[in-house]
Design a protein around this ligand. Structure first.
Ligand code: MLT
Length: 257
């Protein structure tokens, strides 16, 4: 049973930098930034670099070899691919054939900003439903590394434009459930209960999860722009055993360890 202390931040907007200082952060933007970063690295991308703006992303991608085909530029605004970018933010766009052996620079509306909101964390991981068991286990390992007291683990939900979104809370609850967490703050306890209620009685967890994602704010946005297929991909719980971790010295996410 896990004895580390878990916190859930329902939406990173307004969260002080000090809130996650020294802790292990898991950034969650299940529809779709975190699912897409996990998928890209699982499919052989060398690294994924989050940038806050399209211009910053263009500059970083050129520096990383976009001009010679070594780096791709991905991301969205309003859910759709940004003009001139190679890829949008749909997980299925990041297939092995497309991203294998390449670097990816990405900018998304909320997910990449959530990463930037945790500058004093000891470690930043990316969590989604697809890798929830793997990310739960790795977060605990990192929390217990070292001789002092365990570091706290912070689940930082991206939300949408400053509002809490159901899909991120569900993924946070799924990670807590997999962790066997016993020390939870009130938001974490509520998230885990929400996940448990959602999957109650199901044999294939993807079915109620996809239904709940479709009914969430992020899911409704995707359905409205014809990207409903991404919901099923994001609901594919425990299918990817890959954990992205940010290398602070370079600004790139790589597969950890
Ligand atoms: C975001 O960062 O806000 C998202 O991942 C949005 C999206 O994928 O459409």
């Amino acid at each position: 049973m896990d004895q580390t202390q878990w916190h859930c931040h329902d939406c990173f907007h307004g969260m002080p930098e000090a809130a996650t200082a020294g802790g292990i952060v898991v950034v969650i933007d299940v529809l779709r930034a975190s699912t897409t970063i996990v998928t890209a690295l699982a499919n052989g991308a060398i690294g994924v670099r989050p940038e806050l703006s399209p211009d910053a992303a263009r500059t970083a991608a050129m520096a990383a070899g976009r001009g010679v085909g070594e780096c791709l530029l991905g991301g969205e605004r309003g859910g759709v691919r940004i003009d001139g970018f190679d890829l949008g933010n749909a997980p299925r766009d990041y297939s092995r054939q497309v991203v294998g052996g390449r670097r990816i620079v990405t900018t998304t509306t909320n997910g990449t900003a959530a990463v930037a909101a945790c500058p004093r964390a000891e470690a930043i991981l990316v969590g989604a439903l697809v890798n929830r068991r793997a990310v739960a286990a790795r977060a605990i390992e990192l929390a217990l590394t070292g001789s002092g007291a365990p570091r706290p683990i912070h689940l930082v939900c991206a939300g949408t434009d400053g509002a809490v979104t159901e899909e991120d809370i569900l993924a946070a609850g799924a990670i807590l459930d997999a962790a066997g967490a016993t020390r939870l703050d009130a938001a974490a306890a509520a998230a885990r209960e929400r996940f448990r209620e959602t999957i109650r009685g199901a044999t294939d967890l993807r079915i109620p999860l996809a239904a709940a994602l479709a009914d969430s704010r992020g899911g409704r946005n995707l359905l409205a722009i014809g990207m409903g297929a991404d919901i099923g991909d994001a609901a594919a719980i425990d299918t990817i055993p890959v954990v992205p971790r940010l290398d602070r010295s370079t600004g790139w996410f790589h597969v950890d360890p």
